[in-house]
Design a protein around this ligand. Sequence first.
Ligand code: PMP
Length: 636
Amino acid sequence: MPTYSIKMRASKSGKHVSGAERILPQQDISRAVSALSERALHHGLGRADFINVKIEEIQPGELQYLEALPVSARPAATVEGSYAIMRQILGELGLAAQADKLVALLRSVHPMRGAVLYDLATDRCIEPDHQRGIRVTYMDAESASATGSCKNHFREAVVLATKVVHAPGVIAELCMSDDPEYVTGYISSLRHGYVRLTPLKEVGNPHGGRIFIFDSRLADAADAINYLEKQRVLVRGLPPERPLNADPQQIFAEELARLKEKSLYRSMRTIDSPQSKYVKMRGRSVLLLASNSYLDLADDERVKQAAAQAALAWGAGSGGSRLTTGNTALHEQLENKLAQFKSTEAALLFNTGYMANVGIISALCDSESVIFSDEYNHASIIDGCRLSKARVVVYKHNDMRDLEKKLQTTAYRKGLIVSDAVFSMDGDIVDLPRLTALGKQYHVLTMIDEAHATGVIGATGKGTVEYYDYACVPDIIMGTLSKALGAEGGFACASKTIIEYLKNKARSFIFATSQAPATLAAALKALEILEAEPRRAQRLQHNVEYFLRCLHDAGVKAESPTAIVPIVIGNEAAALKVADELLQQGCLIPAIRYPTVAKGTARLRVALMSSHTEAELKRTAQLIAAAMKKYAGKQN
Ligand code: PMP
């Protein structure tokens, strides 16, 4: 089976962006080429505008196999400490007399893409072209995957170092990274292996380079250069992905670079105005179609006034946890209101919805429990399950037959079925009648997360139980104050017994300073408004229907019975482009990507508000259709 060398060089406006090479069997060529070009097109240094891929066959006899150098790490406290270690190793190689000179040379090598070839016999740098240096190519790790588009600098460095010290006449290599953020380098030799040295320079220093220490008394320089530049080499037995004692900062920096390559890097955009249907971004007013403030209450005058008054009357912070000094009449008033609103015996506040899910689930379940969890449940539910140490059985999304099958075939002493009420990335509604019936039949607790249901579904916006005409009630209703209610915080509504139990067991409740007065007052006022003005929720429900019709008319497929309207694009990079284009056009609808949703199901997640007008919704639907045509190739 023939082997091929694949080399990719990419640049942007004439400047080098990315370079990589592989040695692979024929069947891996196309996957490798595609992975390498992806890398060049999504590089942290910018999208390449020129990509050169060279593919050459390698004859069987041409390929040399080498065992990877053994790797060790010699971290030092200071740069000078690292150079002392380098000098010591040079001394052990019989180069004590030249050590100072070599170290000085390494520290002064000017940026060149290749390496210096330093000849011990003549004490001179003998690379034929000082600008270009010696470039080592035609090498790879034996088992490198064809599709590994992510550069692993460490493994690539060991491959190169292994090849270099096998070149005729080469005694050792000194290397210092030219990345200003990466202060690491190495000294390698057949005798010491690959010795990782750090720090070799201060952070921010862009200098770097490599020196091949050569002895022309042992071999001809032309032979050494020919070997380094032409010999096809596969390196076997590479160490694990990371060196020992890897610099922790570097580990994180590498992971961030990987996320960027895969279009999965996350960053924040800044909004310079209150959360309402129009927000200011960089001086521009944009239409917001992604807020959880579904009823536009975060910026409601009455809600803001209530928060301001509470801050003046009660102070800025609560000063303690609920069980110590942080329990006020406001907390209790809001809990009573929530219990009445959700028609349960009692309620308990948490600082956030996330903390509510984590606290409730980890309090109610333990290692003897089994939790039946919908595959699309929110991350905070998943984290609560993990924290509880219970066994988790994931059932197919909103598939009550699958849930029942799993209830029948799983042995448990204590059980909990937990589900989003309105699924946060898909907008669909849990089959609560069936879910609660199964809970009763199989003697397990039932819990729903109403983060996106409260204020959104049900004839007057009271949520899922109202949506199903009060025909079914779960044991625990978890919810948030941070979405339709426009404030911040989470809650559990349940029987008195469960609420008392949570007060005693839920660690995110017990060990956190309680919510601030302004937040509580804002949520109380928002609840009051929601009850007094059911038309807000009804207007939101109308907007959903209207927007779906507009999307349909514009040729965009989308469905949702709630304010969350997902428009699936698939490819992560395409979803980002569509979202960018929409922002250019004045609409803020972020792209949602893995790990929030499954890989390859990246989407626009539109969230509607009761205050959006029909004209705004119609225009948005048309803009989405146009952006998708332009960047997502075809309609979804
Ligand atoms: N559950 C669901 C379904 C959510 O979407 C969210 C927030 N995105 C939460 C819980 C967490 O709520 P909070 O933002 O109040 O912490």
